[in-house]
Design a protein around this ligand. Structure first.
Ligand code: MF3
Ligand code: CO
Ligand code: CO
Length: 290
């Protein structure tokens, strides 16, 4: 690309005024492929209009998660929450991205107690006092995706469950702090893993975070327990999720053979997760969806 060409990012600006210096910086870096270091492809870099698009999807997604906060109580079925969120997202012009995604049958994921992720809402699943649950919602609007999840609790929960929820949120936060421009995606997992293990918890590594924005799931895979300075380099304009799945017991998980989706802890221990959509900026990062 020549200096006076329009920049590949789609900003409409000349290359020399947009991503020329960015490419020069990337070209100067020697990636060590033996430890999985990788150069981020241009398709993962979002321009200002893309970021506005993701933020608009995120406004609906955040409203949907806020709605859930007012619904969680003993006696409510997870299907009722699904249906209310579906109605909310659609009536705000968005689309619940999980619905029919790789044949997922409902609009959101609700993962109760020992369910790690991808729980399928059901009329038969009635929330009970003491339950903890993750509600994971993704909204797409005009081709842009925002993905976030939160933990909720039903009435009074055990001290152990409350601590798991609080520490898992802190694990996400230390992971987000480690998500820095011109550093590696592996730094996120190194930070999350260290904090989790210090606190006596295990980290699920069979599933992780991901690039997001113009598609639901993009590169890079975001591990929440790995070695620093490995994996893809994070650069300004990249959008990823940080979404640690943390188990009170062992890290092993299995997928329900009958529904093909529900992921549970192998030992039946409690699991928690929080997720945010995070933009890598020139100076650090910005939360786009929470
Ligand atoms: N929202 C989940 C994530 O954080 C993905 C759910 S996929 C589904 O990446 F099909 F289970 F909905
Ligand atoms: Co999600
Ligand atoms: Co996600």
């Amino acid at each position: 690309m020549k200096r006076n060409d329009l920049c590949w990012c789609g900003s409409g600006k000349k290359y020399k005024k947009c991503h020329l210096r960015f490419d020069e910086r990337l070209d100067s870096i020697k990636f060590d492929e033996k430890i999985g270091q990788a150069r981020p492809p241009h398709k993962l870099v979002n321009n200002a209009a893309d970021i506005e698009g993701i933020k608009r999807a995120a406004v609906i997604n955040t409203g949907a998660l806020d709605l859930v906060g007012g619904m969680v109580k003993a006696g409510v079925s997870t299907l009722e929450i699904n249906d209310a969120v579906h109605e909310y997202i659609v009536s705000h012009g968005g689309h619940p991205s999980c619905l029919n995604y790789e044949n997922f049958p409902k609009s959101i994921c609700i993962s109760v107690n020992d369910v790690v992720c991808h729980g399928i809402p059901s009329a038969e699943e009635i929330l009970r006092e003491g339950d903890i649950l993750n509600v994971d919602i993704t909204t797409d609007l005009n081709g842009y995706f925002a993905d976030a999840s939160r933990m909720f609790s039903v009435g009074k929960i055990s001290d152990d469950a409350a601590r798991l929820i609080r520490v898992t949120r802190e694990i996400m936060e230390v992971g987000i702090k480690a998500a820095q421009p011109w550093h590696y995606v592996g730094d996120i997992g190194a930070a999350c893993g260290e904090y989790a293990h210090e606190n006596g918890y295990s980290v699920v590594t069979d599933l992780g975070g991901h690039g997001v924005g113009k598609e639901f799931h993009l590169e890079p895979f975001v591990s929440h327990d790995c070695v620093a300075e490995t994996g893809m380099m994070l650069v300004p304009g990249m959008v990823i999720t940080v979404e640690p799945m943390i188990n009170a017991g062992a890290k092993e998980v299995y997928t329900d053979q009958i529904d093909g989706w529900t992921v549970r802890t192998a030992d039946g221990s409690l699991s928690a997760q929080w997720e945010k959509t995070v933009l890598i900026t020139e100076t650090g990062n910005e939360i786009l969806a929470d």
